[in-house]
Design a protein. Structure first.
Length: 202
């Protein structure tokens, strides 16, 4: 398509960075993420320097807006490279045996519950004192992963990009809820609308 054709149709010319990404996609033939550990972080180690940089720059990478999936969502403020440490999931650290009581209380006062299991013993409750990462929605075809990393002896949950993310894309990761048994009636519907959507989040 010629430049004049793009102007008539309203199509914007591709930036050099987007062209490079498209060329990379063709080279990789869009294979499974696990086949490219250099692009998809997995259990990547984060240094103290990288952690501090992320804490300082997360507002440059993300912004809060109305979600196309549900409620509020977090969006890419600029193009984000694969393997970027985007934001930390923060909140109040509570024992796992406290979660049921907290959820019941939040239901009574009409508040949505935002919790993330940090370990077998502890959970991060972001409902009251959580940061912006609590608004990242689930997607069956996510552009991010949530990883538990240890920094100076303390566990943290970091949201990391698992592919190139264009400016304006909604950030999302797979919540990986426990799959419900056949007899369970309270199932959580998935609203991501991805091609590979599992229809249910549990």
């Amino acid at each position: 398509m010629l430049k004049d054709d793009r102007q008539r149709t309203g199509e914007m010319p591709l930036t050099r960075r987007k062209l490079d990404f498209l060329e990379l996609c063709l080279k990789l033939k869009m294979r499974k993420p696990e086949e490219y550990p250099s692009l998809y972080p997995g259990k990547k180690v984060i240094t103290v320097k990288q952690y501090r940089k992320m804490k300082k720059e997360w507002r440059l990478n993300s912004k809060l807006n109305r979600s196309q999936i549900q409620g509020l969502g977090l969006y890419a403020r600029r193009d984000i490279d694969p393997g970027t440490f985007i934001i930390e999931y923060t909140g109040e650290l509570i024992r796992k045996d406290m979660t049921d009581a907290r959820e019941n209380y939040y239901d009574q006062i009409g508040k949505g519950t935002y919790m993330f299991r940090l370990s077998d013993e502890y959970v991060i409750d972001a409902t009251i004192v959580g940061g912006a990462a609590r608004y990242i929605n689930h997607n069956c075809d996510p552009n991010c992963v949530a990883e538990t990393v240890n920094i100076e002896g303390k566990d943290h949950i970091i949201i990391i990009s698992n592919r190139f993310i264009f400016q304006g894309e909604e950030l999302c990761y797979d919540y990986k809820f426990d799959v419900a048994d056949d007899g369970v009636t309270e199932r959580v519907a998935c609203l991501c609308r991805a091609v590979n959507c599992r229809k249910w989040m549990n």
